[in-house]
Design a protein around this ligand. Structure first.
Ligand SMILES: Cc1cc2nc3c(=O)[nH]c(=O)nc-3n(C[C@H](O)[C@H](O)[C@H](O)COP(=O)(O)OP(=O)(O)OC[C@H]3O[C@@H](n4cnc5c(N)ncnc54)[C@H](O)[C@@H]3O)c2cc1C
Length: 298
């Protein structure tokens, strides 16, 4: 595959994901009026990669296929490579008046840097490093658009997630299955959520002893069963771009991400504390096993 067109990007958003705005479920983000013009802006960025006038600035040949792929996936090996990445970012920032800090190339850079750092992961769990490198290549070869979520819900910041009145509120590991791990809880905020193909869930705060269940890193498609997004009110109120030159075209949206017993396949797990053959359960009355009970009872 390699670089996508704006039409291919838009078509892939029609996946039946679970997105709520103002309490209403949005059936198709591509036809939801307040989303359409921002989707148009992002689609135009994808199309720019195919423009002969800009292709050498925005793409490079895939090390795997030779086809053009997004330059924000370039693993830099020289000062010139770094300059090339900077020039392509500057071009996109100029194209959006610096108003879209979470355009696709933001997370492209994060998964690219993750792949470079993967050998560190393999010291602990080679499988996680393999998964991260494969994911980077998938994102590059399919020109994916990612959102990301790193932060626990804002409840009582004087306490860690396991000490909250509801230790289930923040996203945490529940149990292992043959196919992968089950996760449950919320994370905030996912900028670009309604417009992304996949969500990257990564670390932010250093986790403390007793917070092992909250130490997670993985990525899943936006239409994964059990995954829901509650968006803030959109800025685009349908007024003309003349009257609303900014909010009509550059609203990246932000959303709370809710994981309702989401299955994360093993090949998508980048970090998780292994709990061999142990069923972990919630404080909500599911039969609890040793670890959780000790943790949640603490
Ligand atoms: C527009 C926008 C877009 C965002 N997009 C993303 C995104 O795409 N992905 C993502 O992962 N995150 C995103 N975020 C979340 C962002 O990472 C967090 O807002 C940021 O990390 C601060 O966390 P918080 O909002 O929970 O504030 P808090 O951590 O709750 O802080 C609120 C206030 O409380 C103070 N405080 C916090 N803890 C303590 C404590 N223990 N003791 C005393 N004072 C304390 C802080 O200093 C601050 O003044 C976004 C945020 C915004 C506003």
């Amino acid at each position: 595959m390699g670089i996508r067109t704006g039409a291919e990007y838009r078509e892939r958003l029609r996946d039946g994901r679970t997105v709520y705005v103002n309490g209403e479920r949005v059936k198709d983000v591509t036809t939801h009026p307040p989303f359409q013009r921002t989707i148009g802006t992002i689609a135009a960025l994808y199309d720019l990669q195919h423009d002969p006038a800009h292709q050498s600035l925005l793409t490079y040949p895939s090390p795997k296929t030779g086809h053009p792929v997004g330059l924000s996936f370039l693993i830099t090996e020289s000062a010139e490579d770094v300059s090339r990445r900077i020039r392509s970012e500057e071009f996109r920032a100029e194209a959006t008046f610096g108003l879209m800090g979470r355009m696709p190339d933001f997370m492209n850079a994060m998964v690219t840097d993750g792949a470079v750092a993967a050998p560190m992961l393999s010291q602990r769990e080679p499988r996680h490093a393999e998964n991260l490198i494969r994911y980077y290549e998938d994102c590059r070869e399919n020109d994916l658009c990612l959102t990301h979520t790193l932060v626990d819900p804002q409840i009582d910041r004087s306490k860690g997630p396991a000490e909250q009145a509801d230790p289930e509120a923040a996203l945490h590991f529940v149990r292992e299955t043959d196919r992968g791990i089950i996760v449950r809880g919320a994370r905030m905020l996912s900028t670009l959520a309604p417009f992304a193909d996949e969500i990257w869930v990564g670390p932010f705060y250093p986790r403390k002893p007793g917070e092992e269940l909250y130490a997670l890193c993985f990525a899943v498609p936006m239409d994964t069963p059990g995954l829901k997004f509650v968006c803030r009110e959109p800025y685009d109120d349908g007024r003309s771009a003349f009257d609303r030159p900014v909010s009509s075209r550059f609203d990246e949206e932000d959303a709370l991400a809710i994981f309702d017993d989401v299955l994360v396949p093993w090949e998508r797990v980048v970090y998780q504390r292994r709990h061999r053959g142990v069923e972990h359960a919630s404080a909500a009355g599911d039969p609890a096993t040793h670890c959780c009970k000790a943790l949640f009872a603490a």
